[in-house]
Design a protein around this ligand. Structure first.
Ligand code: IZC
Ligand code: ZN
Length: 417
């Protein structure tokens, strides 16, 4: 058989080919192939076998993996990719003990990013998004979710969503778009959040027509949107054919996790302070818990999601960076894998499901991302690591050696010597 590319001498190959979402105990059953090889034709994986069998293949290009770990491209299922400005001055406030919600209440936090995003042009926002996408690609991420939510008005929300759409067309990384118009209450609507939600709901038809988002999300939190407000708003989105996501139980346990399950949301995100009942409901549902431990870390909190209990109860868990300019300022999903090991007490096997199959399923891409199998698009990472245990273990740096998206190499580590 003739192929375009063979990757040979793979020390450990993680195919991650279990059909997702992978729940509970199943998250610790990992298939590992040693001494494997992969054949790629065009953008597709056409052959997987042992290194010895690979001699039957003829290839235009041979990539010698030199015994390295090879996995599917990582999937980051929760980011706030498109925003203007930055919030480095808030770090000092946090050190003085001013809380995230207090900063928001004073008109900072999300609202300061909203002002910056309103003032930033479409082209500048696109440039900035592409810059962050480049960095994600270098870090081994080949599919991401991206939310709006820094406009809070018609024009700026649509501007953000159109930036996401163009970034998806321009950049090799695939992007799944989520409308998060219900991210904060703009000051003019302070006394009337329902009217603001009506305003955001009035954009849904246009968003659908222009194909600007697949999911609708809301920040269900003290000082932002209540459970009844969130339910009312999300039911409208569901009627219009959007998939649902919720920023649930991040800071105060309002019951957003239970609401995500009740409404059949594809994911409930954060879940840092989810109740016992919420954990049980999640475990008995098809809703995926997208855990963002980088946020607990970055906000200096002791409340890490009880992901260990969630998995033990039978839930499907994914992890994400929550990349945003306020509460988790990093594109590095590998770092989040380390935090998941150390703070969530997830096993390496669970962590790999959480950044591949389950992350892909949490954004409706289970059929096209997060797995290495014949017939799948070739989204593949070669790691400077001898085995899969190594990535969460050696923390805070980039281990990606070669990143391939749809059969094309989009990143290769350079040697400096
Ligand atoms: O900009 O602070 N939690 N939204 C809800 C965020 C964090 C992003 C931000
Ligand atoms: Zn978020």
């Amino acid at each position: 058989m003739h192929v375009d590319i063979i990757i040979t001498n793979i020390g450990e190959l993680l195919p991650m080919d279990k059909r997702g979402p992978v729940k509970g105990l199943e998250m610790s059953e990992l298939t590992v192939w040693n001494n494997a090889a992969i054949g790629i034709k065009g953008d597709t994986i056409v052959w997987i076998g042992s290194n010895e069998e690979a001699t039957i293949l003829e290839a235009s290009q041979i990539i010698d993996a030199k015994g390295k770990l090879v996995t599917p491209g990582l999937v980051d299922p929760h980011t706030h990719l498109v925003f203007g400005g930055s919030r480095e001055k808030e770090l000092a406030l946090k050190q003085q003990g001013v809380s995230y919600l207090e900063i928001l209440k004073q008109g900072g936090g999300i609202l300061s990013t909203v002002r910056a995003t309103q003032q930033t042009s479409y082209e500048q926002l696109l440039d900035k998004a592409l810059f962050h996408l480049d960095r994600m690609a270098m870090l081994g991420i080949t599919t991401v979710e991206a939310k709006s939510g820094y406009g809070l008005d018609r024009e700026t929300e649509l501007k953000q969503l159109r930036v996401v759409k163009q970034a998806n067309e321009t950049h090799p990384i695939d992007i799944v778009s989520t409308f998060l118009g219900a991210h904060a209450i703009p000051p003019v609507y302070k006394e009337n959040p329902e009217a603001f939600l009506d305003e955001m709901a009035s954009l849904l038809d246009e968003i659908k027509e222009e194909n600007l988002a697949e999911y609708v999300d809301i920040f269900t939190e003290t000082g932002v949107f209540s459970i009844p407000q969130s339910r009312h708003y999300l039911m409208k989105a569901k009627e219009k054919g959007f998939g649902l996501k919720i920023h649930a139980d991040e800071i105060d346990p309002l019951g957003g996790t239970e609401l995500a399950v009740e409404l059949g949301a594809i994911s409930g995100d954060h879940l840092a302070v989810t109740s016992d009942e919420g954990i049980q409901k999640l475990a008995n549902s098809n809703t995926i818990g997208v855990i963002l431990p980088g946020t607990s870390f970055y906000l200096g909190k002791d409340d890490y999601a009880r992901a260990r209990e969630m998995i033990d109860a039978g839930a499907a868990i994914a992890i994400a960076t929550d990349f945003n300019p306020g509460s988790s300022v990093t594109e590095n999903l590998q770092l989040i894998m380390s935090i998941a090991a150390l703070k969530l007490k997830l096993s390496p096997e669970e962590i790999w499901y959480a950044v591949t199959v389950n992350a892909a399923n949490a954004i409706g891409k289970g059929e096209v991302a997060g797995t290495i199998a014949v017939g799948r698009k070739a989204d593949i990472v070669l790691w400077d690591a001898p085995n899969y245990l190594y990535i969460p273990y050696h923390y805070g740096v980039n281990h990606a050696n070669t990143v391939m998206k749809h059969g094309k190499i989009i990143y290769e580590r350079q040697e400096i010597r």
